[in-house]
Design a protein around this ligand. Structure first.
Ligand code: SF4
Length: 216
C-alpha cells in the first residue's frame, strides 16, 4: 500500500481494490467465509471490532445482529444513528471472518496466527484511511492498539494508541455482546457512560453528527 498522499478519487479506487482483495482472502483454514466487509468509507472514524458472529455472513455487514443493535443504540444515544455511522465511519475488525463455535457453544476467539494473518488488512487500511479517531470495541480490539490493562483502567477516557506504526487517538469501549455482563454492572456501567460522553466530545465524532445520514 503506498504511503504518499493520494487525491480522493485515487483513495476511493485504492479502497475499492483493497475491499475486493479482502473479500477473497482465505488465509485462515479454521475461519468460516465469507469475509465480512464494510461499506467503502473514506472516513476519519475507524472502528475495530473483534470478529463477526454467525449471522453476519448471511446479512452481509459487520455488527448486523444483537451486539450491533446494542452498539448502535449506544451511538444513537450520543447523536449518531446506525445508518449515519455505517455510511461515514469505516468498520473493521481484528479478524474479518466468523471463527466458528467452541464445543461449549460460544463463539471461538481468534487465535494468535489468525490475528496476525488478518492484521495486514488493518495495517493497509490505517495507511490508506489515516483515521483521526479509532473506536476499539472489546478486549481483543483494545489489545491491538493499547498496552495490556484491566478494562476498569482503560474504558472511560481517550488514549493515545498505536498499531502498525500508526499513532492515533483511541476510544475503547466494552464489547456489546449479550454474553458480556461487564458493562451492565458497576463500575462498567459508569465507565461506559463516561466513555460515550468522551466519544461525543471528540471533533471527529461531531463531524459525523453533521454529515447527512447516507453518503452521496
Ligand atoms: S480472518 Fe482475515 S486473514 Fe483470516 S481468512 Fe478471514 S479475512 Fe483472511
Amino acid at each position: 500500500m503506498p504511503t504518499t498522499p493520494h487525491t480522493a478519487p485515487d483513495r476511493h479506487a485504492l479502497l475499492a481494490a483493497h475491499l475486493t482483495h479482502l473479500a477473497l482472502c482465505r488465509r485462515c483454514p479454521l475461519m468460516h467465509p465469507p469475509v465480512i466487509t464494510p461499506l467503502p468509507v473514506l472516513g476519519r472514524v475507524y472502528l475495530v471490532g473483534q470478529a463477526p458472529g454467525p449471522r453476519e455472513g448471511a446479512l452481509g455487514r459487520p455488527f448486523a445482529w444483537t451486539a450491533g443493535r446494542t452498539l448502535f443504540r449506544w451511538f444513537d444515544s450520543i447523536g449518531v444513528d446506525e445508518q449515519r455511522f455505517r455510511h461515514h465511519a469505516y468498520i473493521a475488525a481484528v479478524c474479518r471472518c466468523f471463527p466458528g463455535k467452541t464445543r461449549h457453544g460460544g463463539d471461538r476467539v481468534p487465535n494468535r496466527i489468525e490475528i496476525q494473518n488478518c492484521s495486514r488488512w488493518m495495517a493497509d487500511e490505517l495507511a490508506l484511511l489515516q483515521p483521526q479517531l479509532v473506536i476499539l470495541v472489546g478486549r481483543l480490539a483494545i489489545a491491538q492498539f493499547l498496552p495490556a490493562a484491566p478494562l476498569e483502567a482503560t474504558i472511560g477516557r481517550l488514549h493515545r494508541g498505536a498499531a502498525f506504526g500508526y499513532a492515533v487517538d483511541c476510544l475503547p469501549l466494552p464489547h456489546p455482546s449479550g454474553a458480556s455482563t461487564w458493562w451492565r454492572r458497576e463500575p462498567g456501567a459508569r465507565l461506559l457512560t463516561e466513555a460515550l460522553a468522551c466519544l461525543a466530545g471528540q471533533p471527529a465524532w461531531q463531524e459525523l453528527q453533521a454529515l447527512p445520514r447516507t453518503s452521496p
